[in-house]
Design a binder for this molecule. Structure first.
Ligand SMILES: [Zn+2]
Length: 1008
């Protein structure tokens, strides 16, 4: 066949394909304005960078030309999705602002700054006339979002729906290695502003598309640095993205409950002020487009069923249209359950909007690569009838095609049904207001006599951040409540472990409950009642749930994890209580009262006590080792007694922090105290993973605790750590002990993480020439010596396991779990040794976050072992009854020694006389592990979430103070700092830091 013949055949087939595409387009209602010229240069590049025709659609295989509006090429130098082009956030913004300048159809809004002070923006695209009416439309949407403003009048709502236009909010690249969204959204903004195709014109005239092209701006800029480094070093291994945002990586999409990160706050505030009907978040970890909105069960139990129907409507529309375009790999069910409301998109789900999420397929950069999928990715399933190809060349442009095609389909569908979705928005809001008289509860009450008013205020501020209204009772009030079981949490809810029972709970008995004046009330007859309910309620995930591949945490009950009293009140009478709305942020009462030269602050395990210590750094602080009464006020163990600071300053700082301080002329002589010095703290990280320790760092920064941020490499180089530090905190997240010591393999080239001209956004707060070396044996020895010389090491979960398995804790061992499933849940602990400084301010029980925490055993003998657990041994066959002693015939009866006293699971079994005589591994009493908290009994262990096989961990030690020569190793079998949700357990770590050189206080030594 000659060349001419081949090329004419190709031409013919192109024509046929072109016609076919046009036909599909027209059939689907996406016909084009044939009068509008196409940017042929740009269009040609789209085709060139798309690896196969099936990876594009007629919606995005061309770009309309505009005489005055610049295309993304103006900034990128090439088309969106071009190989090798990954723009910084700044460049994306530059382009959006060029659009704003060139067309009245685009407006750019600054929506806040990041932790590292980079800007976040939202770009509104709509017709000029719509953009001119944003404010009057906002006023209407505000009424639909809060139907109380129109007296719940459906007819008025219909009128407002008629007059209003909706807002569809799209957010890109929250996950920094998922790099495609910014260029896709640049091009999408251009299309929406310029394209005269009837369906796009209709979108533009009917609704506002709001776009935040980069959510994680700090992480985006680091990712672009890493990609540029890779381009500049062909053939070399490039740095993994060790840090995304300033604190956390992937978990930046788990912050919609705790609202700890600036990006979450900024998107939340944008959502609350714009009142969009949809929040649609773009991700890139599944081939080729998983509209994961519908996902799989179990669904979140607090969202309106209207919403879950909306998920189905829009999700299936996406699949169906893209299937008709012949694009493979588009599906909507899959492995994502919608149980946890922590995802960014859930801001909409829990605030009467619609949450949506795409997982498209990215190459973590802008290289074009051949991608080989695993069978579970390419196999056909019932919900994936046209699965992705097992192996295909894949480009960033392909990814941009999928993202834009799907978004255009969604925008078109949403626009065509905009009145329906606006009406639904109103209905969901109305049903949220009607919550008390429908499903309930009527309110959540935060009693004003809670011993931890600081933590209480903190939790209320999170609710305020969520847009919830808070009220305060002006008088005491009485309501009917469900009677609490004798032991808190011992009801049927907690009976799921080890074998859950399906028997229904008995009819609840009721009792009256009086709440004091000043109690806070979160009314459920408000538009954002759902998020308050979702955060404050309890969760139950059945161990027999058909969903066995659990996507995220199963429990999060904020009152429990915050160590704050929260009462769920169903009695509708609570709403008629005399109360007033709280204006401004909730703060706990603080300041100095009294006139004396000695200042006293009660220790109630509030998180901000440590802030007070560091803020008044020059003052002389002591902690009481026993509770005491002074001036008729009761003070707990661990209360601060301090002086050498002006009263005015105490008053100022205590007011700011919401801490009640008392000035007394004297305190009883009998109060035993020890100094509370401002410890020098280091937080140690690895170069393997920094995500989970990021939540620790964030809490330390929030509490203004000064610390050095050091890496395992720094520790390896420092043989006198005690010179600089009193406490070294090693956060969890590095499961492999060997990797912590060895680091990464040293094959290949060094891998730097530092600021250079090529990588201006790397380094800064953590920097190295080569991320590969780990702690090393020298580092391990340095750390060991640090503790032996009096330092304190703190480890949790796997960093606690690290300390146990590298010889820091002679009397502690870890039991292998075979059945335990505590999947991100809330479990109960019980106090064992309240006289330990670590326990200061806490009560008898504490709920904590657990993810299959290590199961600790303690022993008085190195390596475990030691005496037997006491208890009765069954008698052998012999004379008499079961309770009688046997009698040996022909001699007088021998005296039987007393059996050892029974020991509990969390205790070390005593070593007996025989063993003690010559036992090399016997640990001297003052070096034995001291158990501070232990896990609850199996029947009461589960507070919230999923627990299976809980008997394996029940009663085992949960927090241990294990001495090592002059220092201490503090082990946590839970994670005290998790996603800004666990403020209740923060003080366990803060107490350790505050009392670092007196951790033996209150310790009773037992020779046995
Ligand atoms: Zn993602």
């Amino acid at each position: 066949m000659n060349l001419k013949r081949i090329s004419s055949l190709l031409m013919a087939s192109c024509l046929v394909l072109g016609l076919a595409a046009l036909t599909t387009r027209a059939q689907n209602g996406y016909s084009r304005d044939t009068g509008q010229p196409v940017d042929s240069e740009y269009t040609k590049k789209i085709a060139e960078y798309t690896t196969e025709k099936i990876f594009n659609s007629p919606l995005t295989d061309y770009l309309p030309a505009s005489p005055n509006v610049p295309t993304p090429k103006a900034v990128l130098g090439d088309v969106a999705g071009a190989p090798g082009k990954l723009p910084y956030a700044e460049d994306v913004y530059k382009y959006m602002r060029m659009l704003e300048k060139a067309t009245p159809r685009v407006k750019v809004f600054s929506i806040g700054r990041t932790e590292e002070d980079r800007e976040m923006i939202a770009v509104a695209v709509a017709s000029e006339s719509l953009l001119a009416k944003l404010e009057e439309n906002r006023a209407r949407l505000t009424k639909l979002a809060d139907p109380r403003l129109i007296n719940m009048d459906d007819a008025e709502a219909d009128r407002l729906v008629d007059q209003s236009f909706p807002i569809y909010y799209i957010t890109g690249t929250i996950h920094s290695p998922e790099t495609g969204a910014p260029t896709a959204l640049m091009e999408l903004a251009y299309r929406l502003a310029v394209d005269e195709s009837p369906y796009i014109k209709s979108i533009r005239d009917g609704m506002v598309t709001l776009i935040t092209p980069v959510v994680e701006v700090d992480g985006r800029d680091r990712m672009v640095d890493v990609y540029n480094w890779h381009l500049a070093h062909p053939g070399q291994n490039w740095p993994p993205l060790i840090y995304w945002g300033h604190y956390v990586a992937h978990d930046n999409n788990r912050d919609a409950m705790g609202l700890s990160l600036k990006l979450t706050r900024n998107i939340m505030n944008t959502y609350l002020s714009w009142k969009p009907q949809v929040l649609h978040d773009l991700h890139e970890s599944v081939p080729y487009l998983y509209d994961n909105t519908i996902g799989d069960g179990p669904y979140n139990a607090w969202v309106d069923p209207i919403l879950t129907d909306e998920w189905q409507m829009i999700g299936w529309k996406n699949v169906s249209e893209m299937t008709k375009f012949g694009m493979p790999g588009v599906f909507t069910h899959g492995t994502f359950d919608t149980w946890s409301p922590g995802y960014l998109m859930f801001i909409a789900a829990t605030h009467n909007g619609i949450s949506r999420l795409y997982e498209t397929f990215g190459n973590a950069g802008a290289d074009t690569l051949t991608r080989t999928l695993s069978p579970d990715e390419y196999q056909r399933t019932w919900y994936k009838q046209n699965p992705p190809l097992p192996r295909a060349k894949w480009s960033q442009r392909n990814n941009n095609n999928y993202e834009q095609t799907a978004l255009l389909i969604s925008l078109d569908y949403f626009n065509k049904n905009s009145k329906l979705f606006l009406k639904n928005f109103y209905l969901k809001s109305k049903r949220s207001v009607e919550k008390p008289k429908n499903e309930g509860p009527a309110a959540y009450v935060f009693p004003s006599d809670d011993p931890r008013l600081g933590n209480q205020a903190r939790l209320l501020r999170i609710l305020q951040g969520q847009g919830c209204e808070i009220h305060r009772a002006t008088a005491s009030f009485t309501v009917m409540m469900k009677k609490k079981p004798a032991a808190r949490g011992a009801g049927p809810r907690t009976a799921a472990s080890p074998t859950p029972s399906a028997s229904p709970a008995k009819a609840p008995e009721t009792e009256t409950r009086i709440f004091p004046a000043g109690s806070y009330i979160v009314r459920m007859d408000q538009p954002y009642s759902r998020i308050a309910d979702a955060l404050l309620d309890y969760q139950y995930w059945s161990p027999r749930d058909p969903q066995q591949s659990i996507y995220d945490d199963t429990g999060w009950t904020f009152g429990e994890l915050g160590n704050v009293q929260v009462e769920r009140v169903t009695d509708i009478k609570v709403l008629t209580t005399a109360m007033e709305p709280v204006s401004g942020e909730v703060h706990s009462p603080g300041g100095l009262v009294g006139t004396g030269s000695i200042f006293v602050v009660n220790n109630n395990a509030d998180t901000n006590l440590i802030t007070l210590r560091y803020r008044l750094k020059q003052a002389t602080f002591a902690a009481s080792e026993e509770p005491f009464t002074a001036d008729a006020k009761k003070f707990n163990r661990g209360s601060f007694i301090f002086h050498n600071v002006p009263a005015a300053e105490v008053n100022k700082v205590a007011s700011e922090l919401g801490i009640q301080a008392y000035a007394l002329s004297q305190i009883p002589d009998t109060v035993k105290t020890h100094p509370v010095r401002a410890a020098r703290v280091a937080i140690m990280h690895t170069w393997l993973s920094t995500q989970d320790e990021g939540w620790w760092r964030l809490a330390f920064d929030q509490m203004q605790i000064p610390y050095d941020y050091i890496s395992t490499q720094d520790v390896a180089k420092d043989s006198d750590l005690n010179k600089k530090y009193d406490v070294i905190v090693f956060g969890p997240g590095n499961s492999n002990v060997n990797a912590v010591v060895q680091g990464r393999p040293l094959y290949g080239n060094p891998i730097p993480w530092k600021k250079t001209e090529l990588t201006p956004n790397l380094g800064g707060f953590a920097s190295t020439d080569d991320i590969r070396p780990g702690l090393g044996w020298t580092g391990l020895m340095n750390l060991h010596n640090f503790v032996k010389n009096g330092g304190v090491f703190i480890g949790a979960d796997d960093s606690a396991s690290f300390a146990v398995s590298t010889g820091f804790t002679p009397g502690v061992s870890i039991q292998t779990s075979t059945r335990l499933r505590a999947i991100g849940d809330v479990l109960k602990t019980r106090m064992v040794d309240a006289s330990s400084p670590i326990a200061y301010g806490y009560g008898d029980t504490l709920s904590v976050y657990c993810f299959n925490g290590p199961i600790f055993n303690v022993s008085n003998v190195v390596g475990g072992g030691g005496g037997r657990r006491g208890g009765t041994t069954q008698r052998t066959t012999g004379r008499g009854t079961a309770d009688d002693p046997d009698l040996v015939q022909g001699r007088p009866p021998a005296e039987i020694p007393e059996p050892p006293p029974p020991t509990d699971v969390w205790e070390a079994a005593p070593v007996n006389e025989e063993q003690r005589r010559n036992l090399v591994g016997l640990i001297p009493p003052n070096q034995r592990p001291r158990v501070i908290l232990r896990w609850g009994n199996a029947s009461e262990l589960l507070v919230s979430g999923l627990l299976d096989g809980g008997d394996e961990i029940a009663q085992h030690a949960a927090v241990i103070d294990s001495p090592l020569d002059r220092g201490h190793v503090i082990l946590f079998s839970m994670n005290p700092f998790w996603r800004g949700q666990t403020a209740g357990s923060y003080a366990l770590v803060f107490n350790t830091i505050l009392n670092f050189d007196n951790l033996n206080a209150g310790r009773k030594l037992d020779e046995k």
